[in-house]
Write a protein of this length. Sequence first.
Length: 215
Amino acid sequence: MKYDLLNRVVSYSSPTEQEFINFIYDFFGRLYEIEIIEEDKTQKMEIKYSKNDEPVSAVVSISKKGENSVSARKFIDYELKDGKVVGMKVLETGGSAHEVRLDYAGDDLVRVTSIGNAGFVSHEFELGRKRSPFASARFRHVLNAELPPIFYSTKEYTGHTILLSEGLTISSKIENHTDPKGTFLWIRDSIEILRRNAFTPLGPGQTIKDPLFNL
């Protein structure tokens, strides 16, 4: 993770996911562009704000590797409450749509739920007692559900549970370390996989849209 002179995050890389993310700020210091470079495609997200500096909407343009033209777009409308983004309505090229709901414990993001016509995926995060090493540079608003939650918390995360509407639960513990070079390591270790829960299974041929990449 790299910072500018104002202690703002300007880039983030994940070798395990083969992703590189750039963050660009406008004249007023607002995060207005997020570029996610993946192995096979690039996503460029542009955010619009209100006069009160609150996010209103965003457009995500997706280009395949080696192509200059845009192959698909996503349109996001934000819902805010008490200064926090609590919901996103996402419309994709072709008419596919889903909704994202966000829950907090104080100022810290603890749950992200994606709801589509085929069911839902809910990511629940357990907070530790220690302060996050990224707390001073965390983003004011949750603008992209595909970013790691460490960008939105004042505390370290110590656990991650995925709940699927098809009746499965995947739980992991998270260990936070710093290597000898000072690089922060976020290590996830599965402790419980594919445990049945009480949710209704999906019907034949249905799929679930999950906004979060594997953490």
